[in-house]
Design a protein around this ligand. Structure first.
Ligand code: SF4
Length: 285
């Protein structure tokens, strides 16, 4: 049995990077902002499988296959399904998560059929703030995809990003919307500024960030995991393992989508030194 000292580790695999035509102001993957990141269309399946094995060797409990872009089309769906099948075949004991933007019920059924266990789609921010951050698609489309995930019976992973200039009321509104979708896992991100982006600075400080983790836990009590994802190192620096004292019980290990993370081994050593354990494979079912 897992206990409240167990920390779930999730590894991210960016299988298509930096090719997105959307204009989310916080995202370096948008082609509109010309951030200095690696951009490529499709990672080789063999490389994806190698990364999955490496993630498992680093004690990752979840493996998330992420594509840049608004959502799935037939080609992208076929590619993600192939990647999911290839990783599944290795029987590594990790939860396989797809994260590929807006998706229909049929597309999600195909991913489930291929072997995906979960789908990650974040609401990002509050419904009434979204149009100030993104103009190329709507918040309602995002919400509908999350409903579709629930309809097909994939585990829903749904969170958002703090520090975009939203008000406290808007943060609460986003958390209420996430709670209404009853997600299994809630990833929360803290905006990581990049000089190429239109948003220049994060609008929250560390203490507020700790309080937002607590608020997330309080407002979404049924979530099995509150995961601190992007922005952990930048926001919390030497206090980053205190996120677990504030209600988080999952983190992203290894590199993020376009920013380098700490090495997984360093993370594990620090998590254990702080008195926590890594979720055992048997608890990843
Ligand atoms: S958040 Fe997603 S949809 Fe928005 S620019 Fe980044 S990759 Fe594209």
């Amino acid at each position: 049995m897992s206990n409240n000292k167990d920390i779930f580790l999730c590894a991210i695999c960016n299988i298509e990077s930096g090719t997105c035509n959307e204009d989310c102001k916080f995202c370096t993957q948008s082609v509109k902002y010309k951030a200095d990141i690696e951009r490529y269309k499709r990672k080789q399946i063999e490389q994806i499988v190698e990364e999955a094995k490496r993630a498992r060797a680093n004690h990752a409990n979840g493996f998330c296959l992420v594509t840049a872009g608004k959502g799935l089309d037939d080609k992208r769906l076929a590619f993600v399904c192939e990647a999911v099948r290839a990783v599944k075949k290795e029987n590594l004991g990790m939860i396989i998560i797809a994260c590929n933007g807006t998706a229909s019920v049929e597309q999600l059924e195909a991913l489930k059929e291929a072997g995906a266990d979960a789908y990650n789609h974040n609401l990002e921010t509050a419904q009434d703030f979204y149009s100030e951050i993104v103009t190329t698609h709507t918040w309602e489309e995002r919400y509908e995809t999350c409903q579709n995930v629930n309809k097909v019976g994939l585990r829903l992973i749904c969170g958002g990003i703090f520090g975009l200039g939203e008000t406290q009321e808007q943060r609460i509104s986003m958390l209420e919307s996430i709670a209404s979708l009853n997600p299994r896992n809630v990833p929360i991100n803290f905006f990581h500024p990049n000089e190429a982006l239109p948003l220049v600075e994060n609008s929250i400080n560390r203490q507020e960030a700790f309080e937002l983790i607590e608020l997330t836990r309080k407002m979404i009590p049924n979530a099995q995991k509150i995961m601190v994802a992007g922005g952990r190192e930048l926001m919390f620096k030497e206090e980053q393992y205190k996120v677990f004292e504030h209600g988080a019980n999952a983190v992203v290990v290894g590199d993020y989508l376009t920013t380098a993370g700490k090495s997984a081994q360093d993370d594990i050593a620090s998590i254990e030194a702080a008195g926590f354990t890594i979720t055992a494979e048997r608890d990843c079912k």
